[in-house]
Design a protein around this ligand. Structure first.
Ligand SMILES: Cc1ncc(COP(=O)(O)O)c(C=O)c1O
Length: 396
């Protein structure tokens, strides 16, 4: 499937496998070629000039675009149902380039109370050095969102489910509020992947991903992607992507394209395994406060069912005996790996207060619902009985 749109409305798995690349006519290579080149030769000086002026299509220099990266972008745009996608060197490169592209000194960003630690860190840089203010608010409640909007609010930025408390924000509500107040809405969709949730369908404007996670899926790369309207992303390409330079390397784009081909089948397995592990944890006498949107006891289970096509692979929980018991349990695990990151085929477990969210001041972290003893488990695609047995032995 090349850039020409198929007349047939292909399904998610078909697009995940084929979209963005047609075996090339010269060699017939089934796999996407890695265009490992920094620059592109112009057939004539005049053509070079025209490409620079944007008067003729064609590649110029890999910081401005590369065919392997373009294949990835086309695939992700189709999966997220967006006009265009733009790849970055990391999730943080995507988030920072999008936010920098949307604000200027004196503006304000309204954020969900519950953000990935480095996103919070970047907001602090914007505030301290560039006079761009932010407010964190509880976006589960419409009144709290609308009353936090200021005259200079240019962006509403959310994660849903939130990292790591799994609280959910109503995407329809956020899309509507954004339109009513002419504020750009940006959604970090890392926890869900486009297989489980497509925020643009709910009226939100921009989706960002740490593609390091479910999109890549194998723990072997760092990457980011943003998806949205073509005009906006082309503007980003030629400003905060080109001029700051956080571009994705062709080899990493190749790995991502390969990983995305199995995104749907991996996600089905992540969801299935996570629900079983969450139910096991919920019934374990030493465990308290299991946060997984797929559990009937999860306070926002109905909203999760409404906007998510599955409940994902992430579970947060606490142990009755608190932090020490949690850390000791983590140290006893034999199969599950103690590591940050998530969305890999391998099950990974981490302690947000001392790891992913350690940059967030304690007072703010507690307001986000991240208690000292909270543990986050990214459930992999191993045999679920092996995952449960490992947690069981570590708890006993
Ligand atoms: C929800 C979320 N957003 C963004 C990021 C940043 O992504 P990256 O590590 O690819 O820069 C992470 C990383 O863990 C994350 O969990």
């Amino acid at each position: 499937m090349s850039s020409k749109d198929s007349k047939q409305p292909y399904g998610f798995h078909t697009l995940a496998v084929h979209k963005g690349y047609e075996p090339d006519s010269q060699t017939g290579s089934l796999a996407l070629p890695i265009h490992q080149t920094s620059t592109f030769v112009f057939p004539s000086a005049e053509v070079g000039g025209k490409r620079f002026a944007g008067e003729e299509a064609g590649y110029v220099y890999s910081r401005l675009g590369n065919p392997t990266v373009a294949a990835l972008e086309e695939k992700v745009a189709a999966l997220e149902k967006g006009e265009k996608a733009l790849a970055f060197a990391s999730g943080m490169a995507a988030i920072s380039a999008i936010l920098l592209g949307l604000v200027r000194s004196g503006d304000h960003i309204l954020c969900s109370r519950g953000l990935y630690g480095c996103t919070f860190g970047f907001l602090s840089i914007l505030k301290d050095k560039f006079n761009v203010d932010y407010t964190l608010c509880d976006m589960r409640d419409e009144e709290s969102v609308t009353s936090s909007i200021q005259k200079n609010t240019k962006v509403i930025y959310i994660e849903t489910p939130m990292n790591p408390t799994m609280q959910i924000i109503d995407l329809t509500m956020i899309g509507r509020i954004g339109k009513e107040h002419q504020i750009t809405t940006v959604v970090d969709n890392t926890f869900m992947s486009p297989y489980l949730q497509r925020p643009l369908e709910y009226g939100c404007d921009v989706v960002v991903h740490s593609a390091t996670k479910y999109l890549g899926g194998h723990g072997d790369l760092i990457a980011g992607i943003a998806v949205g309207k073509e005009d906006f992303l082309e503007e980003i390409r030629f400003t905060t992507l080109k001029d700051i330079g956080g571009i994705l390397a062709p080899f990493d784009a190749f790995l991502l394209v390969r990983g995305i081909k199995t995104l749907g089948v991996r996600m089905d397995r992540h969801c299935q395994n996570a629900l079983e592990v969450a139910s096991f944890l919920e019934n374990h006498p030493k465990v308290t406060n299991v946060m997984y949107p797929g559990l009937k006891s999860f306070p926002q289970h109905e909203l999760a069912k409404k906007q998510m096509d599955g409940f994902g692979g992430l579970i947060s929980f606490e142990l009755k005996d608190g932090l020490e018991a949690g850390l000791s349990m983590m140290n006893k695990l034999e199969l599950l790996k103690r590591a940050v990151s998530l969305g890999d085929v391998d099950s990974l477990i981490q302690h947000p207060a001392s790891m992913t969210h350690s940059v967030v001041p304690k007072e703010e972290r507690i307001k986000m619902g991240i208690a000292d003893g909270l543990i986050r488990l990214s459930v992999g695609i191993e045999n679920v009985e092996d995952i449960i047995n490992d947690v069981q032995q570590a708890l006993s």
